[in-house]
Design a protein around this ligand. Structure first.
Ligand code: MLT
Length: 311
């Protein structure tokens, strides 16, 4: 009897692949290449993706045998869960696999824009020793506004508290008592914008959060504010941010995510005070190993008809 087929549409850790190899036929495709993906899903039982593969109704129409879609990461915004449910396809992810890694990357960007690390590095490698040009600011005593106090936002808040920052947060789904336990003061979005020296975004991408930080909001911030978005592109409106940077209403930004990815060309890249990385938030060996093994185990359970617990 032939083995069930698992199609891996993006890079999966060797540990994840090892979980699958004995029981399944594992095939690979570039999920970002639609012309390759659609025929490739025709006879597969499971599909594993990260963030570059758009799994929507069109994919389900081409995949009559598909029983499970697994996202090797936290968010599910590139998987149309409603369309999956209609098609009778289970969706699983690895909701805790990369939360520490994502929190650490946000903090790396925050420190980088506070101290001009990439700019100083680039100048020095060009033979320029510019100490005063790249004078930065301390974190101690500054206010950081955490947008979204979910799993990642909490880790960021705890770590930034250790830098003696005053941590405030906006999250309509979190109780003030829970925030207080974490030493975080819950505020409204407008209060957060007005009070923060740093803003860091840790929200999922939903119709409510898309463009949440737009022109109105960027007119409420301190001009010295530095903004980090290592969550999802488009939560901070890119056009509004570009204008705010041009007009000196924002001092710096650290961006790991973009409204369209891959993004290799953006007006934001022109600003010397924008530090950008190519969606590296989940990219550590540790996180990829956890994400890979967690989704591989979930796929195995799902294809054997067993209960799939939350990872
Ligand atoms: C996530 O949602 O966990 C990440 O965006 C995954 C990834 O980097 O592909």
């Amino acid at each position: 009897m032939s083995k069930p087929v698992v199609l891996v549409a993006e890079e999966l850790s060797p540990a994840g692949l090892a979980v699958l190899e004995n029981d399944f036929e594992v095939r690979h495709v570039d999920g970002a290449d639609r012309a390759a993906l659609l025929p490739a899903v025709a006879d597969v039982d499971a599909l594993i993706v990260r963030s570059a593969t758009k799994v929507n109704a069109e994919v389900f129409e081409h995949a009559s045998k598909l029983r499970v879609v697994a996202r090797a990461g936290v968010g599910l915004d590139n998987v149309d869960v409603e369309a999956a449910t209609k098609a009778g396809v289970m969706v699983v992810n690895a909701p805790t696999s990369n939360i520490v890694t994502a929190a650490e990357h946000a903090i790396a960007l925050l420190l980088a824009i506070a101290r001009n690390v990439p700019q100083g590095h680039a100048a020095l490698k060009q033979g320029e020793w510019k100490r005063s040009k790249y004078t930065g600011v301390e974190l101690q005593g500054k206010t950081v506004g955490v947008l979204g106090l979910g799993r990642i936002g909490v880790l960021v808040a705890q770590r930034l508290a250790a830098f003696d920052m005053n941590v405030i947060a906006f999250d309509p789904y979190v109780q003030a008592a829970r925030a207080a336990q974490l030493g975080v003061r819950l505020v409204t979005l407008d209060e957060l914008l007005a009070e923060s020296d740093f803003v860091t975004v840790h929200l999922p991408k939903t119709p409510e959060t898309l463009g949440l930080i737009g022109d109105r909001e960027l007119r409420m911030v301190k001009p010295s504010v530095r903004i980090v978005n290592a969550a999802r592109g488009g939560i901070v409106d890119e056009g509004a941010l570009d204008l705010a940077l041009k007009e000196g209403r924002v001092t710096g930004a650290g961006l790991d995510v973009f409204s369209t990815e891959p993004c290799t060309d953006s007006p934001l890249f022109v600003h010397d005070n924008v530090v950008a990385t190519p969606h590296l938030g989940a990219s550590t060996h540790e996180a990829q190993e956890k994400a890979g093994t967690q989704v591989a185990r979930s796929v195995k359970l799902a294809l054997s008809g067993e209960f799939v617990p939350d990872a």
